[in-house]
Design a protein around this ligand. Structure first.
Ligand code: DAH
Length: 357
């Protein structure tokens, strides 16, 4: 009986899988199994012998059964371990970068501009794209007869027959968000307002919808010097150069007085733009000191407060920075173009991590 026991305990311990275990069970405890046959022999024994052998055989049967169960459990554990190892997944890994989706240059540049001005204490404001005629024009010191209204190729909405209120417009610039920000937050104020704007125009550098970012800083004692510093910091950070020279050219905008258009020193050697060196000048934005009438339209007292404002084209600076030749392609939704000019969704522009990589 000890031989039987050793034999089966050994075989069970070596069994490689459940099928082998089942075969062993049949071989030992099945109808014609070795242990079962021994059980049958009990009938031929004397009562004394039976009293000894009966319990021993039963104990052997139990021992084999529990060895089978233990081995079965061990095999199942090992199988689970194996499977867990095979299916192991590091959930802390980032998603795979750069499959098909990319960040559009306009979104990228908007994020870059936002990161730079956020660092200077500007918050982001937004306004409606379907804007009241008043916010888009009158409040910005562009009265009804002003030629700027015609120059801007404005899209107007329809009013019902007999409704004589001025129609709403698709905003022609982000400047109306200046008014809305002043109305909402009052002074002091430091906001940038990125967003879509609309003008009926279409060629290599104009599309009916494009993007601008407006800047507005209002405080008790703000001057053109502050404007100049902010814009210098912005241009250096945006074009990722150590130094840059800005040129302020006297200009005219109804909503600023004085007004200046700002150019940056650059070169176009071999068709590629280099910012900060060379003999060319590149116009990048319009700016000035906020006109007192504009402050009043925003319910801010021009005797106590003053501010500077600027507006620049996001698409335009995206084209310049990333060497994109045709503005119209921005809005064609051509996947090949997006793969070429798009950015990885995982490289979020920050000043510490780098704006573009
Ligand atoms: N709104 C002007 C445009 O669309 C851009 C602009 C110029 C905005 C001067 C300003 C500014 O805030 O001060 O052409």
């Amino acid at each position: 009986m000890d031989d039987l026991r050793d034999k089966y305990i050994g075989l069970i311990a070596d069994a490689a899988d459940e099928a082998a275990l089942e075969a062993l069970r049949v071989q030992a405890l099945g109808k014609k199994g070795e242990v079962s046959l021994k059980m049958r022999e009990l009938g031929k024994m004397s009562p004394e012998e039976r009293q000894v052998m009966g319990p021993r055989l039963n104990a052997l049967k139990d021992e084999i059964n529990s060895a089978l169960a233990a081995r079965k459990a061990a095999l199942a554990d090992a199988a689970l371990e194996e499977r867990l190892r095979g299916e192991w997944l590091d959930v802390t890994l980032p998603a795979r970068p750069r499959r098909t989706g990319t960040i559009h240059p306009v979104s990228q540049v908007t994020e870059e501009v936002t990161a730079i001005f956020a660092d200077m204490g500007f918050s982001v404001a937004e306004g409606p794209q379907i804007e009241s005629d008043w916010h888009n024009f009158d409040a910005l010191n562009i009265p009804g007869h002003h030629p700027a209204r015609a120059e801007m190729d404005t899209f107007y909405t329809h009013r019902a027959e007999g409704d004589n209120r001025p129609p709403h417009v698709l905003r022609t610039h982000t400047s109306p968000v200046q008014i809305r920000s002043m109305e909402m937050a009052g002074a002091p104020l430091r906001v940038i307002c990125p967003g879509r704007v609309y003008r009926a125009d279409y060629d290599q550098t104009h599309t009916p919808m494009f993007h601008q970012v407006e800047g507005l800083a209002i405080d008790r004692d703000i001057s053109m010097a502050n404007l100049k510093w902010c814009l210098e910091e912005f241009v250096k950070a945006f074009f990722e150069v150590d130094d840059v020279e800005l040129r302020f050219r006297a200009s005219h905008f109804p909503f600023t007085e004085p007004s200046a258009e700002v150019d940056i020193r650059c070169s176009w050697e071999g068709g590629t733009l280099k910012v900060g060196e060379g003999d060319d000048w590149l116009e990048i934005l319009g700016s000035g000191m906020v006109h007192p009438k504009v402050l009043m339209a925003g319910n801010i007292d021009p005797a106590a407060w003053q501010g500077f404002a600027f507006g620049l084209g996001i698409d335009r600076i995206a084209m310049l920075k990333y060497g994109i030749p045709d503005l119209r392609a921005f809005f064609d939704s051509d996947l090949r173009w997006l793969r070429h000019y798009g950015f990885s969704a995982l490289d979020v522009p920050t000043l510490h991590g780098g704006l573009s990589r």
